[in-house]
Design a protein around this ligand. Structure first.
Ligand SMILES: *Cc1c(COP(=O)(O)O)cnc(C)c1O
Length: 405
């Protein structure tokens, strides 16, 4: 499907046991060497591939052979990136997309039919909410939202036409945690396809398939790139479902560019070391915020004060790089605080080497009514910090100075 024959874990000095370790998968899964014996994987900027003869071409199009035909279908760089995520998430197969949103859209569009229904956690990414509310109704696909803090209500939203259970954990921007094992059980009991947008955790921190997810989606734009350079997305999981998603995408064209795949595959080589540091810094920022008097509360999965701390510890290796806190004084205080930052940047991205601070109520979620905002867990003074890789004291001093003013 994604030309697996071109992907061979480098055998030099490796045995099967080592191939299972995350760091080794990240570094050593790579496309087959060319005759030039390059050490680092080359960039395959080619839109198409050539055939030996008409029989080769016929067999390739008939899918009797696994090989590259056209880069909208597969490309060596894209396949390498997908294969890494497949292994990291213990999935069966995968497909890579131009953006996280094209991964979300194509995955859902490939699997849903007119009349189907989705049950989702209310705090989904803004554009995913846009799909559910603005576009899917055009195709007679409906949804119901459950509250992340009321997981006991999930089953009450399931109808005979419900096909998909969809959630993110940790959520954006509230950093709430959903119990993936519980979602897995509900999906199994009601024969639903469980899809987890695992963007905030990355495959290093959390593997939803182990808890019963059928498909896992990532926006690779965030921590997987990790340096704020390129957009990308990927869906991995059950082979039969990926087959549907692949065929849909092959026809509709949301493919990841080989250049971005090349960048993202290289980024994965350092994902574990970057995340160790991101999470160490985030825990320190969360600890600092717990001590200040200008806050109402702080949310970070690995703080004991987090309402779902036990669940976070069960399903996450580390707490992630996003910390949320509620500043006293609402919208005005939130805006004043981000205006006073000197080092941390005001930007819409997250998961960058650079610490990014946002105030959702006055920016990303300002178009929602106050009621809609509150339902999505976005209070007026909520500040989201995507903690970067700067020297920790420099980050904390910047926050401290901005809070003083
Ligand atoms: C950013 C993000 C997306 C969308 O990804 P893009 O690459 O920006 O299209 C989807 N889900 C979550 C949770 C995100 O944070």
């Amino acid at each position: 499907m994604e030309n697996l024959q071109a992907i061979e874990t480098e055998k030099n000095g490796l045995n099967a046991h080592h191939e299972e370790h995350f760091e080794t998968i990240a570094v050593r899964t790579q496309s087959e060497r060319t005759q030039y014996q390059e050490h680092s994987v080359p960039l395959y900027l080619t839109s198409s591939y050539v055939f030996e003869d008409s029989e080769d071409m016929r067999a390739s199009f008939a899918e009797e052979k696994e090989r590259n035909i056209y880069s909208r279908f597969t490309n060596p760089n894209t396949s390498e990136f997908v294969e890494k995520i497949v292994k990291m998430e213990s999935a069966e197969a995968g497909y890579a997309f131009a953006t996280g949103m094209s991964a979300v859209f194509s995955t859902l569009a490939a699997l849903l039919n007119s009349g189907d229904h989705i049950v989702a956690a209310r705090s989904v990414f803004g554009s995913t909410h846009g799909l559910f509310t603005k576009y899917f109704p055009k195709w007679n696909i409906s949804h119901s939202y459950f509250d992340v803090n009321e997981p006991e209500t999930i089953e009450s939203f399931i109808k005979p036409e419900t096909k998909i259970l969809f959630a993110e954990s940790p959520t954006n921007p509230g950093v709430d945690i959903l119990d993936l094992e519980n979602l897995g059980k509900i999906a199994k009991k009601h024969d639903l396809i469980l899809i987890i947008d695992n963007c905030f955790a990355t495959p290093y921190i959390q593997n939803p398939i182990k808890f019963g997810a059928d498909l896992v989606i990532h926006s690779a734009t965030k921590l997987i790139d990790g340096q704020g350079r390129v957009l990308g997305g990927v869906t991995v999981g059950r082979e039969d479902l990926i087959r549907e998603i692949y065929l849909f995408s092959r026809n509709t064209g949301p493919a990841l560019s080989p250049f971005n795949a090349w960048i993202l595959s290289k980024s994965l080589e350092t994902l574990s070391v970057r995340l160790e540091k991101h999470c160490e810094n985030a825990l320190k920022v969360a600890g600092f915020l717990e001590e200040i008097e200008q806050k109402e509360h702080v949310k970070y999965p690995f703080l004991k004060s987090h309402p779902q701390y036990e669940v976070a510890k069960k399903q996450m290796r580390l707490g992630g790089n996003v910390v949320a806190f509620e500043i006293k004084g609402g919208i005005d205080a939130g805006r004043r605080f981000i205006d006073k930052l000197q080092l941390c940047t005001r930007s819409a991205n997250l998961g960058d080497t650079r610490t990014i601070v946002t105030h959702p109520a006055s920016t990303t979620h300002s178009k929602l009514s106050e009621n809609e905002r509150l339902e999505a867990g976005i209070t007026d003074g909520l500040v989201r910090i995507s903690v970067g890789l700067e020297y920790i004291e420099d980050i904390i001093n910047d926050l401290k100075t901005a809070l003083k003013n």
